[in-house]
Design a protein around this ligand. Sequence first.
Ligand code: LFR
Length: 450
Amino acid sequence: PRSVRVAAADLGAASGRVIVGEVGADTLELRECHRFPNRPVRTAGTLHWDILALYQGVLDGLREAGPVDGIGVDSWAVDYGLLDAHGALLGNPVHYRDERTAGAKDNLERLGARELYATTGLQFLPFNTIHQLAAEPRLALARRLLLIPDLLAYWLTGEQGAEVTNASTTQLLDVRTRTWATELIARTGAGAALFPPLREPGEVIGSTQDGTPVIAVGSHDTASAVVGVPAQGERFAYISCGTWSLVGVELAAPVLTEAGRAANFTNELGVDGTVRYLRNVMGLWLLQECVREWGADTGELLRAAAARPRGAVIDPDDPVFLPPGDMPARIVAACERAGQPVPTDRPGIVRCVVDSLADAHRRAVEDARALSGKVVDVVHIVGGGARNSLLCQLTADACGLPVVAGPVEATAIGNVLVQARALGALDGDLTRLRDLIRATQPVTRYQPSA
Ligand code: LFR
């Protein structure tokens, strides 16, 4: 096996980055070439992604990266661009936090919640693509729907397709066959032709103008993050902790029970035929939005919060927290509604957020174990949250399990390794990829305090 040099373009809700990875049989080295802000824009009342600025950021990063053997793109899920008959983009993609999905619950009931779960295995989230499409005024004009990473891959290569891990978040995919749920699509009123052929991670999508292959990776960022978990063996839960905390286990087959549906557990598709059985916890969004409001320093706030005792705890998954803006006031109001001691200053609010997230992590880990029957001895935290030592320790305490934190860039690592394997620098299954991460990337361990 030879060693390769590949570029991972990873778009997050707060920023995008291009990371170059050099991979050999026992080496994995990463270098961040470019990082750029992701700033949503509201026009005429609708919240959009500035998709051309993001694409430009990716191009700048690729130029900075220099010659590479492959390029892989991943981003957040569910959102899409619509193309006309000539392949031109019909307006800016709408942000999943836009209020247009206020009618999602009605749409769910109309389509049949149980039946929808039996086919797609997805938890109810108001912004699942299926609900966005029910509120989509441009549908009649559209000939193609491309999810965000597939849209960027199309601009890079001219090839249209749908990578399957991200397609699974549309709620229009059959989770057992990993193919489009054509009957369900017909019932939504969207034409089957809107959805391009599916591709699995590892397939070559096409090449850029200068001949560099663009390779399908787990293009849902969470799918790549789960590849990037440095787990040993099978008995682990993961928390991919960034703007969201995605908390769950990796399975060989979906769990489609009524109990799982009631607990709002999701079966998203993973790399190599796996299933990501998890729940969305509101995540660091709560903290990010407070910091944005205050213009404060996150590290200082967390240090001050660590010196406080546990106080108010709220349900971080309350849908009132979904939209942007005015987060500290919404948290204080939630404490009041819950009859909790109301935090009176910034460190108090931050402490409340972190305790509430740690508790929500515990509930999700426990539900994942109970609903899937999987044995869990350790919880891995990957992504930006792995840097948050207060959250990691409180999660270990809440779960009563050791927490292994890191790598922070698990998503980019998962992206890089799937490309490297497709290019022949590595072979083997996810265990082999994770062995390489464990051997090369530092982690921090937290023991639950007794
Ligand atoms: C995380 C993530 C989650 C998805 C949310 C919205 O970045 O991809 O997995 O539920 O964003 O797309």
